[in-house]
Design a protein around this ligand. Structure first.
Ligand code: URA
Length: 363
């Protein structure tokens, strides 16, 4: 009798487990479901979890140390961003995702570093005196030339697009869902790029940010560390972000593809298409006010256009009919063509204007 009851209970437990696993994998809206039920029901522990609190000193080391030391430091001290998201602190603690202003001032790059990105004084003076044009509403998106997605990769994009138009989920739910997507990405084999990767590169920064920066794909350093924009281009990106008045961890940063293309080549359209549901889900959950697209591949991955970045930059586009995109030059291009910083600064100011932020005094 007891034996029979025990068996029945085991059966019941197995079917509840199977249901919760299925729900976590698909979710009612096509995004991974809320993991808390799964974790609770399965008694998952947080074994191996990094400390919940954000490590403000990590980014500080990354900014101020020379590149090699910074890489080592970040590699040693920083848990993978995906891991951090998986064990995100509760909302009230997370308000401290961004360090308090007085701490932030301490972490800000020193003036001489900031000057590296700042436009020359005479330009700033002219800008300060120039009348500000009214904020332009984003123009309608251009017709998409995005390559058709394969049947295997398409299903997640549609619910993500629907989710963009809906109300944002509570912060803790967003963070939890993002961590599930990161988890899925970690084992992704949807395209050949998985064969050469050391780590997948999902994101870094604040998943509750009003601004998302989207790059092309991980480079060598990013592949090693499992975080986007941590190499030389990333250090310049951090300066661009600081010039806008944000701390690098205030904003969310990710890429079109999550695995490094061999020899840093541009991702193939099929690779971008295979990866695009992940980005769609990230953007659907974050619902940023603005996306900054870094380089032509980023714009192509977001809206499908194959137009050159010189033509695209500085003009608003729309992502899935709802989120304004500001295309600008990729920081790697700026490393080769420092003169183009002038245009990038103008694009970033346009973003700040759209967000109702004024340029900080970077004198
Ligand atoms: N370039 C990118 O586009 N993304 C990265 O993460 C690093 C360099």
């Amino acid at each position: 009798m007891i034996e029979a009851l025990r068996e029945e209970l085991a059966d019941l437990t197995a079917s509840v487990r199977a249901f919760l696993e299925w729900h976590a994998a698909t979710g009612a809206d096509g995004l991974p479901g809320h993991p808390s039920a799964l974790h609770g029901a399965l008694g998952a522990s947080s074994e191996g979890a990094p400390p919940a609190a954000r490590r403000a000193d990590r980014s500080f080391a990354g900014l101020d140390a020379p590149p090699a030391a910074a890489s080592r430091e970040a590699g040693r001290a920083a848990p993978h961003v995906d891991q951090r998201a998986a064990f995100a602190p509760p909302p009230e603690q997370r308000a401290a995702f961004a360090p308090p202003p007085e701490q932030r001032a301490a972490f800000a790059p020193p003036p001489e570093q900031r000057a590296a990105f700042a436009p020359p004084p005479e330009q700033r003076m002219a800008e300060a005196q120039a009348p500000r044009p009214p904020v332009e509403a984003p123009r309608p998106p251009e017709p998409s030339t995005r390559p058709a997605m394969s049947a295997a990769s398409a299903p997640r994009a549609e619910p993500a697009a629907r989710a963009i138009a809906s109300q944002p989920e509570p912060p803790e739910e967003r963070v939890a869902r993002l961590s599930l997507i990161a988890e899925e990405v970690r084992t992704c084999q949807k395209c050949p790029l998985h064969e050469g990767r050391t780590h997948t590169v999902f994101s870094r920064g604040n998943p509750l940010s009003e601004v998302v920066f989207v790059g092309e794909g991980p480079g060598a350093e990013e592949d090693l560390q499992g975080a986007p924009f941590v190499g030389p281009a990333g250090q310049l990106l951090d300066k661009m972000i600081a010039a806008m008045g944000y701390h690098r961890d205030d904003v969310y940063i990710c890429n079109i593809v999550k695995c490094r293309p061999p020899k840093n080549r541009k991702p193939e359209p099929a690779e971008m298409a295979a990866c695009s549901p992940y980005l769609a889900s990230q953007l659907a959950l974050i619902k940023p006010k603005v996306i900054v697209a870094l380089g032509a591949t980023a714009v192509q991955g977001l809206i499908g256009t194959t137009e050159g970045i010189t033509k695209l930059r500085g003009t608003w586009k729309l992502y899935k009919g709802s989120i304004p995109i500001m295309p600008t030059f990729h920081p790697a291009y700026l490393l080769r063509q420092p003169n183009a910083k002038r245009e990038v600064w103008s694009d970033l100011k346009e973003v700040m204007r759209h967000l109702g932020k004024s340029a900080p005094d970077r004198g």
